[in-house]
Design a protein around this ligand. Sequence first.
Ligand code: ROI
Length: 174
Amino acid sequence: MINSVEQNSNLGYSRCYVAIGSNLADPVTQAQEAIVALQTLTMSRLVSVSSLYASKPMGPQEQPDYINAVACIDTRLAPIELLDALQHIENEQGRVRKEHWGARTLDLDILLYGDDIMSTPRLTVPHYGMKEREFVLYPLAEITPQLQLPCGQALSVLLEACPRNDLAIYQNIE
Ligand code: ROI
């Protein structure tokens, strides 16, 4: 984890959590380059990043293992602007959209945008799958163990119901 989580005292900033996932084209490098890109995201500051985790694929099993992490970002970008910026990073890193739930070079998913709850054709927050994905919940808990979801559920309660499967810390980043 880099930087400690600090209170977001600046008006106009929303605290967001972004999931990072890759299982193609050197996933560790993909994740590290994504973190570098997040450090320079416009109108935003990177607050903290979890360790990198190695995880077994959820979905079709005939694909490589994943590298996953979660980043905390304070941003003044609106949700759709943040989504656009994240998709720009995905595209810059050569993301090719393959089959549904198939292998991918880089996925950057908005998990939470402040306490917002929204569902639009392009963006649903909180992320629809986050509550049962070990490769999201454990990295998230590493950087924000006390988190409560906008629905009022405590992250710690979700974790108790979520087996680690084969999730393992891959590499610490300073
Ligand atoms: N499985 C793991 N372990 N990590 C991911 O980031 C991931 N992303 C996906 C699907 C295909 C659902 N499986 C995943 O999009």
